[in-house]
Design a binder for this molecule. Structure first.
Ligand code: GLA
Length: 732
C-alpha cells in the first residue's frame, strides 16, 4: 500500500519506491504539510514544526489565547483565504453572500485503489507494472459548506504523485471561483532553492533558466490561451548545489494546455511555497449549489539524483502512463517527410506523388501533406475551417491520392488546424458568431486568422464531424494537429455576461472534448501535435499526441539548445525533429544526428536532392531504425550544456539493461591547436566492458573508464561534425 494512514497520529504517509510525502491533520483540523523527500519509515515528522508568536501574523479565532499558531507560518497542503495567511494562495472564492473567505479544515478522507480521473480533463493512468493508490482528502468551510477535495494518486514504482483539487459547492447559493490552484506545496526551508523553468519564444522554445528563489513572488505563466512558446507548464525546484547527477530536485508538470500559472516565493521566514494551476487572470468560474469544479492535475516527483534523475523519471512516466496509443510502444513510428518546407502552399497531387517517389529512395516511409490541401487555401489568408478537399489542387481526390502513395508502399499523413477560422472561409460566412470576438469590437487577428469558440458545443460537434469525415474518407495513417495563434478576445456568444470569465477554461475543456471525439476514436491513426512548433507542448497534450512538433526552427544548432531544454521533462520519443535545408554549413549527417534526439523525419523537397544526398539520407533513415529502441525507450543523459561556452555538445541514451548505448557528440567549435577533449559517459555498468565505435577508432573499455576517464573525441575535423558512438557490452 502506497498510502499509510496512522489514525492515532493522524498522519498520511504517501510512499513511493524512493520517496515519502507526509501530511497531517493538525491543530484545529488544518491539514499540515510535513515532508517530501527521500523515503523514510512511517514516523511522525511533526517535531519539525516549531511554533512561535509571530508578530503581525494572526491566529485563528478558535486557537483562543494561543498566539503561536498562525497559518502565516504553517506549512499547509492547501491554503485558506482571509485566515491570516498572507502568502500566495491556492484559492480565492467569492461566496454567495459576497464575502471572500474560505476556512478549509479537515472533514473526511478516503483511500482507494487506482488513479483518480477528472471531469473533462486528462490524467495519467496506472499501468499493470505499477501499484497506484489514491488519497482523497476533503477540506470544508464550516460556514459556507464549500469543500475542496485534494487528490493524491501515488504511483509507487514510478515515484510520481499526481495531484489535483475539486471544489464542491455544498452551500445554497452560487459561488464564484476567482482563483483555484491544482496544488500547494510548502517547504520548511527554501533559502537554498533554485527555480528552474523553460522560457522561450516562437522559434526557440523551452530554453533553460535557473534562478535563486527570493523574497518575492516568481510567476511563470501563460495568458495566451495555450500553454505557449514563451513558458512551459513545467518547473523544478532544486537545491542550489544540485547538478545533473546529484542533489535534491522537485519537478512539477501541470497537465493543462491553456493559460496556466505557477507562483513560487520565499516567505519572511525563508519557507518556500509553490502553487500551480489555471491562470487566474481573466478567470472566474461560477459553481452552482451542489456542483463541482475540477482543476487540472499536476505530476510531481522528487529525486536526490539531480536534474538528470528527475528528467529520467518524467521520461519513463510520460512513456508509460499518459497515452495508450499503440504508437507509443507497440508500433514503430515511420520515417516521415513533411511537405511544409518543401512546397509551402504551392503543391498539387502530382507534385506530392513526385516528392513521395523521390523520398522513397531516402528511406522515407510516410509522406505528410501539410497546410494548403483544403478549402480555398493558397496562402494563410483564407480557408481555415473548411475541412473539405480542394479539388483544384488535389484533382484526383484524397482517396486516390492516398492510394497512389500507398502504392509506393508508403503511408500518408495529413495536416489540420481545427481550432481556427479564416474570415475568408465558408465556415465564417455561415457562422460569424462562432469566432471569438468581443461584441462591438474587432477581434485581434493573428496570422490573419481568428480562433473558434471551442467552449460551444455546436462548434465542437462541427469539428468532430468535419475532421472525422476526412479521416474516414481515405487510408490516413497520421495527423498533424496544429494551432497557429494565441487565444485573445475571450467572449462566448453562448454564455451570459456574468460567465464570460469562464471562456478561457471552457475553451480548453472544449478542445479536450474535440480531441476525445477525433483522436480517441481513431486508435489506428498516429497523431502529432503542433502549435506553430512547440507552443502547446505539455503533458496534457501528450495524453493525445504521441509526439509534438518541437519547433518551427529546424536550424540544427538552435535545436541543440531546444532539445536540451525540452529533455528536462519530455522524452526523446515525444519531440518531433526533422532534417531540413536550414543552416547549409552544417552537414546532413550532423543534422540527422541532432534530429535523432527526437522522432526524426525530413522537412525538405526530396525532388531537389542530388544522388549523393539521397544516399546520405537513406543511410540516416536506416540509422534511425537501427537505434530506434535505444532512442525511444532508453535512459537519456545530458552530457554537456549547450548554454555554456562548450566545444562539444553531447548526450547519450542507455538501454535499460545497460547492454548498449548511443552517444552523440556534436562539435560546435574546434579551437586551433587546442587540448584533447574527452566526453564522459553516464549510466553504464561500471564492471562491464564495452566496445565503442563511431569515429573510425574501435575502443574496448570498462564502464568505469568510459564514465570517469571518457572517450577522446577526434580533433582534426571540421566544425559541426557529429559522431554517433555505439557502445555495446562485451559478452562475459
Ligand atoms: C505551423 C507549423 C508548421 C506548418 C505551418 C503550416 O507554423 O508549425 O510546421 O505546419 O504551420 O501553416
Amino acid at each position: 500500500m502506497g498510502i499509510i494512514y496512522n489514525e492515532k497520529r493522524k498522519t498520511f504517509s504517501l510512499q513511493t519506491k524512493n520517496t515519502t510525502y507526509q501530511l497531517k491533520i493538525g491543530n484545529l483540523d488544518y491539514v499540515k504539510h510535513l515532508y517530501y523527500g527521500p523515503k523514510m519509515c512511517d514516523e511522525d515528522l511533526i517535531y519539525l514544526i516549531r511554533q512561535y508568536d509571530r508578530g503581525f501574523s494572526g491566529n485563528p479565532y478558535d486557537s483562543l489565547q494561543e498566539r503561536t499558531f498562525s497559518l502565516d507560518a504553517q506549512p499547509q497542503e492547501f491554503t485558506t483565504q482571509q485566515q491570516g495567511d498572507f502568502r500566495i494562495n491556492s484559492i480565492e472564492v467569492q461566496n454567495a453572500d459576497g464575502s471572500f473567505s474560505f476556512n478549509g479544515r479537515y472533514k473526511s478522507h478516503r483511500i482507494c485503489e487506482g488513479a483518480f480521473t477528472l471531469q473533462g480533463l486528462p490524467t495519467a493512468f496506472a499501468t499493470e507494472q505499477d501499484t497506484v493508490d489514491t488519497l482523497e482528502l476533503v477540506l470544508e468551510d464550516a460556514v459556507t459548506k464549500v469543500q475542496v477535495t485534494l487528490f493524491y494518486s501515488v504511483f509507487f514504482e514510478a515515484d510520481m504523485i499526481m495531484r489535483a483539487a475539486r471544489v464542491h459547492n455544498g452551500g445554497n447559493g452560487t459561488i464564484q471561483l476567482k482563483r483555484i490552484m491544482s496544488m500547494n506545496m510548502d517547504y520548511l526551508n527554501g533559502a537554498d532553492m533554485d527555480l528552474i523553468s523553460l522560457p522561450g519564444r516562437y522559434g526557440l522554445e523551452r530554453q533553460v533558466e535557473r534562478q535563486p528563489l527570493t523574497h518575492h513572488v516568481h510567476k511563470i505563466r501563460s495568458g495566451r490561451g495555450i500553454s505557449s512558446h514563451q513558458q512551459n507548464p513545467f518547473i523544478a525546484l532544486a537545491d542550489r548545489s544540485a547538478n545533473e547527477e546529484y542533489g535534491s530536485c522537485y519537478g512539477f508538470s501541470l497537465m493543462y494546455s491553456g493559460s496556466f500559472l505557477a507562483e513560487a516565493e520565499l516567505d519572511q521566514y525563508d519557507q518556500a511555497r509553490l502553487v500551480m494551476g489555471i491562470n487566474d487572470r481573466l478567470f472566474s468560474y461560477a459553481v452552482e449549489a451542489g456542483e463541482d469544479f475540477d482543476t487540472p492535475a499536476v505530476l510531481m516527483t522528487y529525486t536526490h539524483d539531480g536534474l538528470g534523475g528527475m528528467s529520467r523519471r518524467y521520461h519513463d512516466f510520460f512513456r508509460n502512463n499518459l497515452n495508450r496509443s499503440k504508437f507509443v510502444k507497440d508500433v514503430r513510428r515511420p520515417v516521415l517527410l513533411n511537405t511544409w518546407e518543401a512546397a509551402f502552399f504551392d503543391f498539387d497531387d502530382v507534385k506530392l506523388v513526385e516528392i513521395a517517389r523521390a523520398a522513397k529512395k531516402m528511406g522515407v516511409e510516410m509522406i505528410v501533406m501539410d497546410d494548403g490541401w483544403f478549402g480555398k487555401r493558397d496562402d494563410d489568408n483564407s480557408g481555415l475551417g473548411d475541412w473539405y478537399v480542394n479539388e483544384k489542387k488535389i484533382r484526383c481526390g484524397l482517396t486516390k491520392l492516398v492510394q497512389q502513395i500507398n502504392d509506393l508502399d508508403m503511408k500518408f499523413g495529413i495536416w489540420f488546424e481545427p481550432e481556427m477560422v479564416s474570415e475568408d472561409s465558408d465556415l465564417f460566412r455561415a457562422h460569424p458568431d462562432w469566432a471569438m470576438e468581443i461584441p462591438g469590437r474587432h477581434a485581434v487577428r493573428s496570422r490573419n486568422q481568428l480562433a473558434l469558440d471551442l467552449s460551444r458545443k455546436e462548434v465542437q460537434d462541427y469539428l468532430i464531424e468535419s475532421v472525422n469525415r476526412i479521416l474516414d474518407s481515405a487510408n490516413i495513417y497520421y495527423v498533424k494537429w496544429d494551432i497557429n495563434r494565441a487565444i485573445t478576445d475571450l467572449w462566448s456568444n453562448s454564455l451570459p455576461a456574468d460567465k464570460q470569465g469562464e471562456v478561457s477554461h471552457r475553451y480548453v475543456l472544449g478542445l479536450y472534448r474535440v480531441m476525445d471525439g477525433i483522436i480517441k476514436t481513431h486508435p489506428d491513426i498516429m497523431f502529432e501535435g503542433c502549435a506553430g512548433g512547440g507552443g502547446r507542448f505539455d503533458s496534457a497534450m501528450l495524453t493525445y499526441f504521441v509526439q509534438y512538433w518541437s519547433s518551427d526552427n529546424t536550424k540544427p544548432l538552435d535545436n541543440l539548445k531546444l532539445h536540451y531544454g525540452s529533455s528536462f521533462v519530455y522524452p526523446v520519443s515525444s519531440m518531433g525533429a526533422h532534417v531540413s535545408e536550414a543552416s547549409p554549413m552544417v552537414p546532413f549527417e550532423t543534422k540527422a544526428a541532432i534530429a535523432m534526439c527526437g522522432t526524426f523525419g525530413y522537412e525538405l523537397d526530396s525532388t531537389k536532392l542530388c544522388e549523393e544526398e539521397i544516399l546520405a539520407c537513406k543511410k540516416m533513415s536506416e540509422q534511425y531504425h537501427k537505434y530506434y529502441d535505444l532512442n525511444f525507450f532508453g535512459d537519456y543523459y545530458r552530457l554537456s550544456n549547450p548554454f555554456e561556452p562548450v566545444n562539444l555538445v553531447a548526450w547519450e541514451t542507455v538501454a535499460k539493461d545497460k547492454s548498449e548505448a548511443l552517444l552523440t557528440v556534436v562539435t560546435v567549435n574546434v579551437t586551433m591547436n587546442g587540448p584533447q577533449e574527452y566526453i564522459k559517459c553516464k549510466g553504464l555498468r561500471p564492471d562491464l566492458f564495452y566496445t565503442v565505435e563511431g569515429d573510425g577508432n574501435v575502443i574496448t573499455a570498462s564502464g568505469t573508464a568510459l564514465m570517469h576517464a571518457g572517450i577522446p573525441v577526434p580533433r582534426e575535423i571540421p566544425e559541426y561534425t557529429a559522431f554517433l558512438y555505439h557502445l555495446k557490452a562485451v559478452k562475459d
